[in-house]
Unconditional design. Structure first.
Length: 558
């Protein structure tokens, strides 16, 4: 991402220390008063430490709460707290540490006190060798589920679960990025922040054409999970939260991730929610008052984890003139190779009840790093364009990056196809990715697209001089495709080494590989197989060997 947040620039200016000593109130409790002289208070972070709870007080009123791994004996990086926005001469930080002082030492000696600084700028220059070249990532901080995606007036809007105060899941807000081509993303200011109802968890946006607005639905997560809404009159740049929040409540513990959409068949709004081990479907005429209609899922699919992040859409069936409905259900854990994954169901939907055509469990992507998949509302040409979070909850907090954590998959267009009397989800790299193709090269770049024409069973090996490699195999007789990353760098997690295998529905003639600094995404060119896996080679893969096929390597234009 070349462009940065509006209030953040490339280089750090002269930094002034806070010049205040902490007031120690107990073994784990302290207060630090900060005289506001710059835009940002730079909080020093040490990854290995436990989160410290920080209450930000202005004139004796709490204006923000956050959890940060404040540095104890060294600084891994800094995160910026915008203190200018409080319009005060000073702020008081009320800090409670949760680490075991037998290991952390005396609180008065913590590094955070002398390393806490102020600055009018924050350096976001990339310092990570694994940051992708052509995938969406946050400028800094942690990111997980894509949220609230929509298209309007030539612009794609992507919101996402974001922690601006560290590189692990915490302090959930909606970050925001925009793009005109689904490839190049521009970071925008934070869209929706936590409030008294709780942290801002996953949800969706709809383009309400009749009222000229964009409406966001999201889960407010505190002691309970409830559903809230917010309205934007400026095309999703800023949102005003609905005064009548929450709009939906439940006695269920897991009650989240609302996906709303306009259903032209019944001339009503639909909303689908993940509730424990099922999906619940609602209708509305006005986006505020919702009527429960039905539930789906208790006798279908995988139930080895919590159901999350649903989506429901009507899709064309290739070459038939027919249409069917598909319900997306993300699950964690329970994926085919451990951890999180995306399953789907094909059937019929009358606007109130979804009925499924099959009893078998079907996965949209057979890699280990494809989760929280949802689609853009109001996409052009009636397309259903999906993005997934490219990670797995088994190790997402441990992958070898610090300045940022996690990327989104390349955009994919969804449709349906038939094979042996059954209907399956088709996943095709979005056509916008063709614009990334640069010149054909003979040596494997760090970021590229590789197109392999297959002549029956084929093996593709990516490797480097350290002996690290990823082996991909198409077995024409078994009609399977596999990817083995057990010899990719993986010391950060025992759950990372794996070999993943996917069914291929029919003969595969061409394989498309999207290789970036930390990921490989493999597609059957006909859209009948998708596999997404992270890789973290200590040296970039610079060699490719193909046995049984012919490869063309395209540089990435960026």
């Amino acid at each position: 991402m070349k462009k940065l947040l509006t209030l953040i620039v490339m280089m750090v200016a002269t930094i002034a220390a806070t010049a205040q000593t902490p007031r120690l109130l107990g073994r784990n409790h302290a207060m630090q008063r900060v005289q506001v002289s710059k835009h940002y208070l730079l909080l020093p972070v040490q990854e290995r430490e436990d989160n410290a709870s920080i209450r930000v007080l202005v004139n004796n009123n709490q204006v923000q709460t956050l959890n940060v791994k404040l540095a104890v004996d060294r600084v891994d990086y800094y995160v910026p707290l915008d203190i200018r926005r409080f319009n005060a001469t000073d702020v008081l930080l009320d800090i409670t540490f949760h680490g075991d002082r037998r290991f952390t030492g005396a609180m008065k000696d913590f590094a955070c006190w002398k390393e806490m600084k102020q600055s009018d700028e924050f350096d976001t220059t990339n310092r990570e060798k694994y940051r992708p070249l052509f995938h969406h990532t946050p400028v800094y901080g942690w990111m997980n589920d894509p949220n609230g995606m929509f298209y309007k007036d030539g612009v794609y809007h992507l919101y996402y679960q974001w922690n601006p105060y560290g590189s692990q899941g915490e302090n959930m807000t909606w970050g925001h990025s925009t793009s005109k081509d689904l490839i190049h993303w521009e970071a925008q200011p934070t869209a929706i922040e936590a409030d008294a109802l709780g942290s801002i968890f996953s949800g969706s946006c709809v383009v309400d054409k009749q009222n000229g607005q964009v409406v966001a639905f999201y889960t407010s997560a505190a002691a309970s999970q409830v559903q809230s809404m917010a309205v934007s009159k400026d095309n999703g740049t800023t949102f005003e939260k609905y005064s009548g929040n929450p709009v939906l409540v439940s006695t269920e513990e897991d009650f989240r991730d609302p996906k709303a959409f306009w259903n032209e068949d019944i001339k009503k709004w639909n909303l689908i929610l993940a509730v424990g081990q099922e999906m619940r479907i609602y209708t509305s005429d006005n986006l505020k008052d919702w009527t429960y209609e039905s539930s789906f899922g208790k006798e279908y699919g995988c139930h080895d984890g919590v159901w999350e992040c649903p989506d429901l859409m009507k899709l064309p069936v290739r070459g038939t003139g027919k249409q069917k409905w598909m319900l997306i259900c993300n699950i964690n854990p329970g994926g085919p190779f451990g951890g999180s994954a995306t399953q789907y169901f094909i059937g019929d939907f009358d606007g109130r009840r979804f009925t499924c055509d099959h009893k078998d469990t079907r996965w949209m992507d057979y890699g280990k790093d494809h989760y929280a998949t949802v689609t853009f509302d109001n996409a052009p040409e009636g397309r259903k364009i999906a993005l997934a979070w490219m990670s797995n909850w088994q190790y997402a907090n441990q992958v070898p990056t610090k300045q940022f954590r996690s990327a989104n998959s390349v955009p994919r267009d969804l449709d349906l196809f038939e094979y042996n009397g059954q209907t399956y989800c088709g996943v095709t790299p979005s056509k916008e990715l063709l614009a990334l193709r640069g010149k054909v090269v003979s040596k494997l770049p760090e970021a590229c697209e590789v197109v392999v024409d297959l002549k029956g069973s084929t093996e593709v090996v990516l490797s480097n001089t350290l002996g690290e490699q990823v082996v991909m195999t198409y077995d024409a007789a078994a009609r399977t495709f596999s990817m083995d990353r057990t010899r990719s760098y993986a010391s950060f997690s025992e759950a990372f080494p794996c070999a993943t295998t996917a069914p291929v529905y029919g003969d595969m003639k061409q394989l498309r590989l999207f290789v970036d600094h930390c990921s490989i995404e493999a597609f059957d060119a006909d859209g009948r197989m998708a596999m997404t896996n992270l890789v973290f080679p200590q040296e970039p893969y610079n060699n490719i060997k193909v046995k049984g096929g012919k490869a063309v390597i395209y540089e990435i234009k960026n």
